[in-house]
Design a binder for this molecule. Sequence first.
Ligand code: SF4
Length: 69
Amino acid sequence: MLITADRDRCIGAGLCVLTAPDVFEHDDDGLVHVLEQEPDARLEGDVRLAQQLCPARALALETASPQST
Ligand code: SF4
């Protein structure tokens, strides 16, 4: 899972920071800063919830495609 945040869209509502504080923080401008672009799988639920709650639709998640071995 790869997280990207569009800071041009972020309005600093902070729901992502409240929902997944290990992954998101506010920077000095009050906008989102991604602490962990590829967080541990155990945080995936929180990250997905943060994405859904973000009122600015500023968060995007990419899930790695399964690798064939
Ligand atoms: S929830 Fe969305 S708008 Fe609010 S700080 Fe996070 S990315 Fe920005």
